[in-house]
Design a binder for this molecule. Structure first.
Ligand code: BGC
Length: 760
């Protein structure tokens, strides 16, 4: 745990420089705009511990897989999130000495992430050898209003300093990935160009041929009105503009760098030079202040429906806003080719961009905080990958259109390469169907079923059908050799969660086929033809629905995580010395596998997804059995437990779990924030509040609330989109007010009591 950041409702503040946590801060102070973003690296460079990172959504590199022992079926590459052009660079020299906070002592250091306005600001003072003080103030943002644009401003003020200042804004494509498997550089030789209006650097990825081009326009003024001329410089991978000025006591220097970043997902390779120049001149015309104003307006619009206000608990308030801010700057829902990587634009770890995290955790967040099109684009992303999912399954020996979605992907192909995950953690397929169900029940929009949903669902059902086998011994359908959500168990038989969700996939798909056949026979016929779906196909599913094996212990009356779970030595986590935790850093893998300890919700993940299938008493019994053995070493775990605990009235547990998820990165709970933020689990934080403390549920197409806020909180307020309406919910310890902000009249239920909402 680290507690060096100041608590504030809208800002993340580091007051006084903490070089020992520099990489953690770089993650926390990351910026993005859905299209590109990067870590909170210092513009002027830093020779201490640092992880430089600038990332472009959807731009990846297939690094050659590295494993100890090759297994047939392994993907040949692991898609890496690419560190791209270093566009923030702005070198500073004072009397010829390079400014570098790793070696130059500074005072009054303060860095602030203003989440309301989407601005990263940093200020500090230094005392140059020749006397006096220089104060520095940086501001940076990635425009939310125009996703090609970013801006940086630097102001330097002299108090008693007389001497030479040099500022050199630059763009540099000499970049590497720290996680490169064989130390390769992933970009081919860069191109540069420069004239009085612009400077550009451009490069192409090896193998995948993505082109990224970065353009800058820079202007530096003395005392806000004397424009300083620059000299440009072109190197093989770098372009820079150099400004120099003699300054005196009371003088100030201001440097503004306007950046346009283009990539070939949006602008064809060959068009980038001309389009970049055109765009840059438009941006220059508009000017820094106007670009910033539009950017702040765009954030205002997002916060208007995405914000959560918590009164009476400042750390909780700051935590939730940080989570919401990071999610929206990672994914804005405008492009169905993009997704939400577990680290977003904040680090390299995990590679790929898409895990089941999107379907299981992120979709509910975007459903409520954005319009339906945002979540729908996430569904379409998987539909676009269906052919690859079918190919992926066929590589593993499945046939007849069975689809296995990858555990980790960029373009639909699997790129995970640990056999226990790649081949076995197949429950991810269930989350794809669950997301469709979640989308439909929340938005009421069934059109997606006909426009891709049913194809995905049927292909997944085909996979499940082939993945189970009939056990004569058990007289039931069993699923062997799987890894459930709890990755601290591998190659187990009959993981309850996986068997349960497979059964549900068949059931739900059969119902939706019936709906399509009755209501949209023409479209249904087209789908049937496309998939070569035969009427009798679902009979096999029905047989399996009836006979699938769900391990259950009669004595305790609990479903078992998997066959043989009770043979383990069952002990609560609290029986372990705290020096053994986290297990994944302290224990051998072998010891973890044999233990009863659970990484993240597994049976409880199922009870969370399908809570209306289980009575509260049943959920409580399972919670009391499994939670004490759960170490929550996946960031996805505490939120699910927070939601269930809220439902069960276990307020203290819910609050404990909430704090763990909400401030996971701000307090560096798991000692790994330096690698990047846990972006996807941030959606879980939001769910802990809205589905947990506010108890939001969709029951039979209607919105229900069962609020119960933590004792320390005075109030909770948030806004949700629901079926074309926007409503504002304000909860205190005794009251729950729901107001319709836009859309037609609709009933909602608060603790079971029906209220008619109308615009007043
Ligand atoms: C979790 C997975 C998750 C992945 C990416 C792992 O630690 O066990 O469930 O998909 O992280 O967030």
């Amino acid at each position: 745990m680290k507690k060096y950041l100041i608590e504030d409702a809208w800002c993340i503040i580091e007051d006084g420089f903490h070089p020992e946590f520099q990489e953690v801060s770089e993650s926390i102070f990351s910026l993005g705009n859905g299209r590109f973003g990067g870590r909170g690296n210092f513009e002027e460079g830093y020779s201490g511990k640092t992880l430089p990172g600038a990332y472009f959504a959807g731009v990846y590199y297939p690094d050659v897989t590295r494993v100890g022992w090759w297994k047939n079926g392994y993907p040949e590459y692991f898609a890496k999130v690419l560190n791209g052009v270093h566009w923030i660079g702005l070198e500073i020299k004072i009397d010829g000495e390079k400014l570098d906070l790793a070696t130059t002592p500074c005072t009054h250091f303060r860095r602030t992430l203003d989440m309301q306005q989407g601005l990263l600001q940093r200020s500090f003072e230094i005392s140059p050898a020749s006397g006096g003080t220089l104060s520095f103030a940086f501001e940076r943002f990635c425009s939310m209003a125009d996703p090609d644009v970013a801006c940086i401003e630097l102001r330097i003020n002299s108090t008693g300093f007389t001497g030479r200042l040099e500022v050199t804004p630059f763009l540099d494509f000499d970049v590497h990935n720290r996680d490169a498997n064989y130390g390769d550089q992933f970009w081919i030789a860069a191109k540069t160009s420069q004239d009085e209006t612009h400077a550009m650097v451009s490069s192409k990825t090896k193998k995948t041929n993505f082109t990224v081009s970065s353009f800058m326009h820079t202007a530096t003024t003395l005392n806000d009105h004397i424009s300083i001329p620059s000299t440009g410089k072109r190197e093989s991978k770098k372009v820079s503009n150099h400004f120099e000025a003699e300054i005196q006591d009371g003088s100030s220097l201001r440097c503004r760098k306007l950046v346009v970043n283009l990539n070939s997902l949006y602008v064809a390779d060959a068009d980038q030079p001309s389009e970049g120049k055109r765009k840059l001149s438009e941006v220059v015309q508009k000017g820094y202040d106007e670009i910033k104003r539009e950017h702040i307006e765009a954030w205002k619009d997002i916060w208007d429906t995405a914000d959560i206000q918590i009164t009476g608990d400042l750390p909780a308030q700051q935590g939730i806003r940080f989570n919401i801010f990071q999610l929206w700057q990672t994914y804005t829902g405008k492009d169905a080719r993009l997704n939400i990587g577990p680290k977003g634009f904040t680090g390299e770890k995990y590679g790929g961009s898409t895990y089941w995290d999107t379907e299981a955790y992120c979709i509910p967040f975007y459903l409520s905080t954005g319009d339906a099109g945002v979540a729908r684009n996430l569904l379409v992303y998987r539909y676009l990958h269906l052919p690859k999912a079918i190919e992926n399954a066929s590589k593993l020996g499945f046939s007849d259109g069975a689809a296995l979605y990858p555990m980790v992907t960029m373009n639909g192909e699997e790129c995970h390469n640990e056999w226990e995950i790649t081949f076995e953690e197949i429950h991810r397929n269930g989350a794809m169907v669950y997301a469709i169900y979640d989308y439909i029940r929340y938005t009421g929009d069934t059109s997606y079923l006909l426009e891709g949903g049913l194809e995905v669902m049927i292909s997944i059902c085909r996979f499940w059908k082939q993945r189970v086998n009939y056990s004569r011994d058990k007289n039931a359908w069993v699923m062997l050799g799987v890894t459930g959500p709890n990755e601290y168990e591998n190659n187990v038989n009959n993981n309850w969660y996986t068997n349960y969700i497979a059964r549900w996939c068949w059931q739900y798909t059969i119902e939706q086929i019936k709906w399509a056949a009755e209501n949209h026979p023409v479209e249904w016929e087209t789908i049937q033809e496309k998939l070569n779906y035969q009427d009798g196909e679902s009979d096999d599913w029905r047989e399996r629905i009836k006979g699938i094996y769900l391990p259950f212990d009669e004595t305790r009356s609990v479903y078992l995580q998997q066959d043989g779970f009770l043979d383990k030595e069952l002990q609560p986590v609290k029986a372990l010395p705290s020096s053994d935790l986290p297990l994944n850093q302290k224990w051998s893998w072998d010891r973890i596998l044999r233990s009863c300890y659970i990484k993240q919700a597994d049976v409880l993940q199922g009870m969370y997804f399908f809570e209306d299938h289980f009575e509260a008493d049943t959920v409580r019994r399972h919670f009391e059995f499994y939670e004490p053995m759960t170490v929550h070493e996946s960031s996805l775990s505490p939120c699910v437990h927070a939601i269930l605990a809220s439902r069960l009235g276990m307020k203290d547990k819910a609050t404990e779990m909430y704090h763990r998820t909400a401030r996971l990165d701000l307090d560096d709970y798991n000692n790994d924030t330096e690698d990047g933020l846990h972006i996807t689990s941030m959606a879980g934080t939001w769910m802990s509040v809205v589905r947990g403390f506010a108890g939001l549920r969709v029951i039979r197409d209607e919105l229900h609330f069962e609020p119960s806020i933590p004792d320390e909180w005075d109030g909770l307020a948030f806004t949700v989109h629901f079926r074309g309406r926007i409503m504002k919910i304000a909860i205190t310890k005794d009251e729950c007010e729901v107001v319709l902000r836009s859309g037609s009249a609709i009933p909602v239920f608060v603790r079971g009591e029906r209220r008619e909402l109308n615009i007043e």
